[in-house]
Ligand binder design. Structure first.
Ligand code: HEM
Length: 347
């Protein structure tokens, strides 16, 4: 067996990619906030955490993408997607894949209604919260007064974007967006926690780091966020700065935890959409035929890539790799029987 030099080369590339991502976010903050003139300095800790998270998430993503099997799928997915003759069709397929996998998250509805509701609430709660808070903490968005002196004005990168009356539905959504997202996240955490605590199927495979830690973090972020609202709406601002600080702390831990454990699937999942193109291409193309049974068992594309990847990670099983899984299992049984009779090997 040969050994691949994968880990060393990966670390360097991942470090460079992570650093570029961190610098891009820092540059985005600097220029998007008018060279920090519109930057809200009390939010500096949040902004710094997003820079570090960009580094860490990209580092992990690039390390993952360079693993031999992922790299094969990643390269093949883009190559198949960008073929000029099929580009238009592929774009439509991509829109459908995005709707199915990200908007309505069909993949989880097959596993149960409760899991689907929990996942939708968690995913949409987080996406809405991130969409509001990232631009806010980067100094990209400000709220001001419209030229009529009455309405609210939203400015993006210092440019007036839209104005709305203080009693409109839009105003309600703008000023309660984070509260709505917190309620959604708490609903999702509640259902998911119930399943993890009481369902035997879930209990048998769950781990603290993968299954409980992300829920605890999301709970802490959402509950401290709601406590900020409670402080200034119901408690006359009591303990506001302390609660604010705790919210910032939980957000920073959440952001820095993102590249580790289960929350990383938020970044991984979209990259896996490329596998759908790969499978479609494989199903319509030449099939690999097992030399023992003479039957087709997988696409030739997948078969050849699998053998190449196995070699790259130091595993070369020679002609044995051309057999279908069924024939491999039969050979194991034949060889076990043969060894009882003292026959050395049946090929
Ligand atoms: C699951 C994700 C999150 C939820 C559910 C959440 C929820 C909340 C809620 C309910 C509030 C109070 C809103 C109000 O003032 O009316 C809040 C405030 C805030 N959140 Fe979060 N949040 C989340 C993630 C984040 C992230 C990722 C950041 C930063 C990158 C962030 C930064 C802030 C800031 C700057 C405030 C205002 C704090 C202050 O006034 O001191 N949040 N959040």
């Amino acid at each position: 067996m040969t050994h691949s030099n994968f880990p060393q080369s990966t670390n360097k590339t991942s470090f460079i990619a992570g650093s570029i991502a961190g610098l891009l976010v820092a540059a985005g903050i600097f220029f998007g906030s008018g060279q920090l003139t519109r930057f809200d300095s009390p939010l500096a800790a949040y902004a710094a955490a997003t820079v570090l998270a960009a580094f860490a998430i990209t580092y992990r993503y690039v390390s993952w993408i360079q693993r031999p099997p992922t790299w094969v799928y990643f390269k093949a997915g883009w190559k198949l997607f960008l073929r000029p003759a099929k580009l238009m069709k592929n774009i439509f397929v991509l829109i459908k894949l995005l709707i199915d996998n990200i908007v309505v998250q069909k993949f989880i509805s097959n596993r149960g209604k409760g899991r689907w509701v929990a996942h939708m609430a968690l995913a949409w709660g987080c996406l809405i919260a991130f969409a509001i808070t990232f631009p806010l903490s980067w100094g990209w968005i400000q709220f001001g007064v419209a030229p009529n002196g009455v309405d609210y004005l939203v400015e993006f990168w210092g440019k007036p974007m839209l104005a709305f009356p203080h009693d409109s539905i839009l105003a309600f959504l703008f000023f309660n967006g984070l509260n709505i997202s917190a309620v959604l996240v708490l609903l999702g955490v509640g259902i998911a926690m119930h399943r993890r605590l009481f369902e035997h199927g879930a209990q048998s495979v769950e781990t603290f780091v993968n299954d409980f830690m992300p829920l605890f973090l999301l709970f802490a972020v959402s509950i401290t966020g709601l406590m900020i609202t409670a402080s200034y709406r119901l408690m006359g601002g009591a303990h506001f700065s302390f609660i604010s600080m705790i919210h910032a702390f939980t957000v920073i831990v959440l952001l820095l935890w993102m590249p580790f454990g289960k929350l990383f699937h938020v970044i991984q999942r979209p990259a896996q959409l490329g596998v759908a193109y790969y499978k479609e291409e494989g199903n319509g193309g030449k099939q690999a035929i097992c030399p023992r049974s003479g039957e087709a068992f997988q696409s030739q594309l997948h078969h050849d890539d699998l053998i190449a990847v196995m070699k790259e990670v130091g595993m070369d099983f020679g002609d044995h790799q051309h057999l279908s899984p069924q024939e491999k299992r039969k050979l194991i049984a034949l060889n076990q029987a043969a060894s009882i009779d003292g026959i050395p090997y049946v090929g």
